[in-house]
Design a protein around this ligand. Structure first.
Ligand code: IMP
Ligand code: MG
Length: 186
């Protein structure tokens, strides 16, 4: 894909690079204050959260480690069903640890709700969630998200880690997927 073709997938820029980075600095400060004197384990949900997590971690001032999980939710390409399968589990034991789950986006909330329950069953000292984006209109299940970057409208977004059919993760901003590419029913 050329740069031109990449940009053509974007209907409009929703959150530009400056706004992303400035909000991430604020989130980092908030998280650092909350976990002061403690050690933190960031758990990233592959693959979308990788970009956000890398930037967020550099804004956190308390000692922290990272680990990753990969999960797949059964459903169509764009809708999750709430039936979740772990494809890659954590490498480390989280018993007694302060866990902060880092997600790219919360849509129905089904994936995250499963994940949080799963992590809580492993006896951590605490589990909180930090999501870059949330679409409140789409929420189907109540999940407690302590840190949110931006609330966005019910549109399919790409970039800064977010994909459409595995493409567009490398855009440095968050954009709305172009209408011409939008599948039926979205
Ligand atoms: P949920 O279980 O419905 O909350 O699904 C969350 C997951 O769906 C996210 O981790 C993303 O992988 C994906 N997702 C939801 N909305 C979008 C979007 O607008 N763009 C790209 N991926 C999305
Ligand atoms: Mg995802």
């Amino acid at each position: 894909m050329t740069q031109r073709e990449l940009q053509r997938g974007v209907g409009e820029v929703l959150i530009d690079e400056d706004r992303l980075q400035s909000r991430i600095r604020d989130l980092g400060a908030e998280i650092s204050a909350h976990y002061e004197g403690r050690e933190l384990l960031l758990v990233g949900v592959l693959k979308g959260a990788v970009f956000f997590m890398a930037d967020l971690m550099r804004q956190i001032q308390v000692p922290c480690e990272i680990d990753f999980m990969a999960i797949s939710s059964y459903g169509t390409g764009t809708d999750s069903s709430g039936v979740v399968r772990i494809l890659k589990d954590l490498d480390i034991n989280i018993e007694g640890r302060h866990v902060l789950v880092v997600e790219d986006i919360i849509d129905s909330g089904l994936t995250l709700s499963y994940l949080v329950r799963n992590l809580e069953s492993r006896g951590p000292a605490s589990v909180e969630v930090c999501a870059l984006l949330t679409k409140p209109e789409r929420r189907e299940i109540d999940v407690d998200v302590r840190y949110v970057g931006f609330e966005i409208p019910n549109k399919f977004v790409i970039g800064y880690g977010l994909d459409f059919a595995e493409r567009y993760r490398n855009l440095p901003f968050v954009g709305v997927l172009h209408d011409d590419l939008m599948p039926e029913g979205l």
